[in-house]
Design a protein around this ligand. Structure first.
Ligand SMILES: [Zn+2]
Length: 322
């Protein structure tokens, strides 16, 4: 009788252990499916500016879409964060990296352009004033939902809390505005177009630092999907008027002005090559054979990006010459 009464209890406890074990394994498996975001690489530019560099891979399940370079600028009463990542989760990841560097609250967020990898993390900074170009604001309103869908499909993550939150302070196209935020002098420069129709660069004259967004990228293939290539080349020529000590690009390591000049030359030669071929009666399919892409082939994501880049440039040249 004794064993009979005890056995069910033992069985129950054994079953409970198995269930707990299985539950624990399921939790571990679940955790493994959503891998942690890659670390933020913090580079101190000077006493008050930090570049928070993201990975240079394209968005995937492993990196959760974290790929953007952000900049943290420490002012007297608060900090300014430039570019916020592809989701609320990445925004929080960047905010935590910022909190390791300063106790100052992030009072201002700047978006260099509307692309989701630079702006969807705005969700994470509800108290901050958001600043962008006027066109960036419009493009965020028009394409924000598409960018959230893109982030979800490329990373395999659901992003129920990510919203496209556009700027409340904007600067018009083709303007340069000298401003001061938290005691930091900043010139906001909105060129006509470049990587997008809504790019905005930031020049910090006291620091001699240029924050370029994706107008300048380093070691990766520039993405032309929303670009105006002729204007981009012009903008890269204008970039060289700044006596910049350091350039913080939208993706990849920090740049010198000499590297910016190299990117300008490469972009100008590519655009001129495509235009020459078009005017000589060539076809888009001839670009790879007749335009020198040797320097481009060294860049990351050449295979993924270059077909689209050629197509975008071809269509632009065609439209201009029609
Ligand atoms: Zn971009």
């Amino acid at each position: 009788m004794k064993t009979n009464t005890r056995r069910p209890r033992l069985e129950a406890s054994f079953a409970t252990k198995i269930l707990l074990l299985l539950g624990g394994m399921a939790l571990l498996a679940g955790a493994a499916l959503v891998s942690p975001l890659p670390a933020v690489k913090t580079v101190k530019v000077n006493e008050r500016i930090y570049a928070l560099l993201g990975p240079t891979e394209l968005p995937n399940a492993h990196n959760g879409g974290y790929m953007v370079n952000s900049t943290l600028i420490l002012g007297d009463k608060g900090a300014i964060l430039v570019d916020t990542g592809f989701s609320d989760e990445i925004g929080a990841h960047i905010r935590k990296a910022a909190e390791k560097l300063t106790k100052l609250p992030i009072t201002h967020v700047v978006n260099t352009h509307h692309h989701g990898d630079h702006s969807l993390g705005n969700t994470e900074f509800p108290g901050a004033e958001i600043i962008s170009s006027e066109n960036c604001r419009k493009l965020m309103i028009d394409t924000g939902a598409d960018w959230i869908a893109t982030a979800e499909s490329m990373t395999g993550r659901k992003l129920p809390n990510t919203k496209a939150i556009p700027a409340s302070r904007t600067y018009a196209s083709q303007t340069r505005t000298a401003a001061e935020i938290n005691g930091v002098k900043i010139e906001f420069w909105v060129p006509e177009a470049a990587h997008t129709r809504g790019d905005m660069l930031m020049w910090l004259p006291d620091d001699k630092v240029l924050i370029a967004g994706d107008v300048l990228v380093n070691t990766v293939t520039p993405a032309f999907r929303d670009a105006e290539v002729r204007h981009w080349v012009q903008t890269l020529a204008e970039v060289q008027r700044f006596p910049a000590r350091i350039i913080i690009p939208g993706h990849g390591p920090l740049m010198t002005m000499q590297q910016a000049q190299t990117m300008h030359k490469q972009m100008a030669a590519f655009h001129a090559g495509v235009e020459k071929l078009y005017k000589a009666g060539g076809a888009e399919a001839d670009v790879r054979k007749q335009v020198n892409l040797k320097d481009w082939q060294k860049l990351k994501h050449f295979d993924e990006q270059m077909g689209g880049n050629i197509n975008r440039t071809w269509l632009e040249v065609e439209a201009e010459n029609f």
